[in-house]
Design a protein around this ligand. Structure first.
Ligand SMILES: [Fe+2]
Length: 210
């Protein structure tokens, strides 16, 4: 039987203090080394138990493994996307003309897209994420509960924002809205554009949103 490949904590491409003052060094360090690491450990633990079950150890509760695997693996994958979605804050943090054009084409305007995404993030009940994803070239804003609930099947994420309390509470206390509004200064639009090109553009003209 093929051994199941385990996952590992990705390195960040910036320092823990690089996102200040929007996200503090303390929050980034805790978030990456404790929370994300916890999802990596949880994923690997569940994959290990899955292997045991397949090897004949029926004392392992398969239903429980699959439930926890979905939670931890999606937690790991969502955080991996999230880190790549950010860079050092910029006051006038605008995407390229191509991204603006694409957003205008689908949402009516860049402002409308940001409004939908921000409202999704601010309105997540409990713990979760706001996600801009594309399915069959249709961009959609989704609210994801926890890490794994309410996804649209087949939708590829372009931009994700963690609104679990661990992402902002030490910096913003209960003011999640302030965190969401400040997040726009951090968005690495180059990553978003790269993901658009990878998933949605069959031709150069499509990449330009024409
Ligand atoms: Fe998180």
């Amino acid at each position: 039987m093929v051994e199941i490949k385990k996952v590992s904590l990705p390195k960040l491409s910036y320092d823990y203090n690089a996102l200040e003052p929007v996200i503090s060094e303390k929050v980034m360090k805790l978030h990456h080394t404790k929370h994300h690491q916890g999802y990596v450990n949880g994923t690997n633990s569940m994959l290990g138990l899955l292997e045991k079950h397949r090897a004949g150890d029926k004392s392992v509760d398969l239903g429980s493994i699959l439930t926890k695997l979905s939670f931890h693996m999606n937690g790991h994958l969502m955080h991996s996307l999230f880190w790549e979605n950010m860079r050092a804050p910029r006051e006038n943090n605008s995407p390229s003309k191509e991204v603006i054009s694409r957003m205008k084409q689908h949402f009516g305007s860049m402002e409308q897209f940001k409004k939908e995404f921000s409202e999704a993030a601010k309105g997540v009940e409990g713990s979760g994420w706001a996600v801009l994803a594309v399915r069959d070239k249709l961009p959609l804003v989704m609210q994801v509960r926890n890490h794994q609930l309410m996804h649209i099947v087949g939708a590829k994420p372009l931009l994700v924002l963690d609104v679990w309390e661990h992402a902002y509470y030490l910096d913003y206390e209960n003011r999640r809205g302030d965190f969401v509004d400040a997040f726009w200064k951090l968005v690495d639009w180059d990553t978003v554009e790269k993901r658009i090109k990878e998933c949605c553009c069959g031709t150069d003209n499509e990449c330009k949103g024409q």
